[in-house]
Design a protein around this ligand. Structure first.
Ligand SMILES: [Fe+2]
Length: 379
């Protein structure tokens, strides 16, 4: 086993392939596949579309066959929007040529023109394997799964990266539906957090992105830490003021894209809420921390209002909460529950020509919030 695989959570005397192939960051033309290996390997993904066309995806952005000593990443492209396909990973060890061909996995490319979309949202799983297994059991397999941050409890130990992100709770969470991951404040915390981008795909390689699925336009943002960047507990590792500013400039451009400004429904995901029930100041010198991201909101609010954002969906507070829109705050705020079985929640989002519905349930199946939004008039 390579040192890198050991560091990231692989174990000695394990097979060449350590995790299922995780499908992340769906796009209208494809997706990215990521999996873990125990020693230096080459990775390829074979696809077969519904019309029987087979294709091998085996080129990284620099012209290499995708390679790695712990993680393999393959960008799968060339599909038509909404195309149904199946994908399988092919792993070849660099030392002895051992080759492992994985099982086929169904995939459907994003379809910005679809009449209907359905997807699910998780948040704040924090390595609670029992909760993840229950969420995985009850969440329907739909267009994609949004994993809205705080996958971990601080990255102090690099060995938990692979099991936490690529095989959470021992579940193949991207079976039948790709995953859109957002960064929470715990995902950026700890001396090993800088390694996380190596195991996470996003459409453009940045931790903020936007896409359209049927009638819903989605913007995913990174709210950063829940204390100022210069807080001593971060040991100089946090630089989120700059990232929030960069996202403001990006937002100003992205909300003008045709598929974003014509969407009947507009949803923002970000880990820290942008509104909260008690917005009083925090004592950062003591044990204070942000319940909502005032710094993000100051930079993004006007742009989110200009875009006519209907709802911001967050986690972070571990308390299922609904804050309706007001004249001053025209976007609603929905917050998911916590990592414990009794506090966990998940949201099913469905949208068609008549309505956008966000239905939040707990693990007992009880409905916590059932919200309906009318389509926005054009303009
Ligand atoms: Fe959390």
């Amino acid at each position: 086993m390579t040192e890198a695989a050991k560091q990231l959570g692989g174990r000695d005397r394990e097979p060449l392939v350590l995790t299922p192939m995780m499908l992340m960051a769906p796009r209208p033309d494809g997706v990215e596949a990521i999996w873990a290996v125990s020693r230096t390997s080459l990775g390829r993904v074979e696809s077969e579309t519904a019309d029987g066309r087979r294709q091998m995806h085996a080129c990284d952005p620099h012209g290499f066959t995708p390679q790695g000593d712990a993680i393999l990443r393959v960008r799968v492209a060339g599909f038509a929007p909404g195309a149904a396909a199946r994908l399988r990973p092919i792993t070849t060890a660099a030392d002895d040529g051992e080759t492992v061909t994985g099982a086929w996995k169904p995939f459907r490319a994003l379809d910005p023109a679809a009449a209907v979309t359905r997807f699910a949202v998780w948040n704040d799983t924090h390595r609670h394997d029992d909760t993840i297994r229950q969420l995985h059991r009850v969440t329907p397999v739909e267009d994609f799964l949004v994993w809205n941050g705080d996958t971990c409890n601080n990255w102090d130990d690099a060995a938990v990266l692979i099991p936490t992100l690529l095989h959470p709770g021992g579940c193949d969470i991207s079976a039948g539906r790709p995953v859109c991951l957002l960064w929470g404040n715990h995902d950026v915390r700890g001396p090993q957090a800088f390694r996380m981008p190596g195991l996470v795909a996003t459409p453009e390689g940045r931790p903020f992105y936007a896409f359209r699925s049927g009638p819903v336009a989605v913007i995913c943002l990174h709210t950063g830490e829940d204390k100022p960047d210069d807080h001593p507990s971060f040991h100089g590792r946090a630089a989120f003021d700059a990232l929030r500013k960069e996202q403001a400039a990006w937002l100003a451009e992205v909300i003008r894209r045709p598929e974003m400004r014509t969407a009947p429904y507009r949803v923002v995901f970000c880990h820290l809420p942008l509104r909260w029930t008690d917005e009083g100041p925090q004592d950062y010198a003591g044990d204070g921390y942000d319940r909502f991201s005032a710094g993000s909101r100051a930079l993004w609010h006007d742009l989110l209002v200009a875009w006519r954002t209907q709802v911001v969906v967050s986690g972070h507070t571990h308390r299922s909460t609904w804050i309706p829109p007001t004249a001053d705050w025209p976007y609603a705020q929905l917050v998911g529950g916590g990592p414990e079985l009794e506090r966990a929640s998940w949201i099913e989002v469905t949208a068609d020509g008549a309505a956008l519905r966000l239905c939040q349930r707990n693990l007992a199946g009880e409905i916590l919030h059932d919200l309906n939004f009318s389509p926005l008039p054009p303009g």
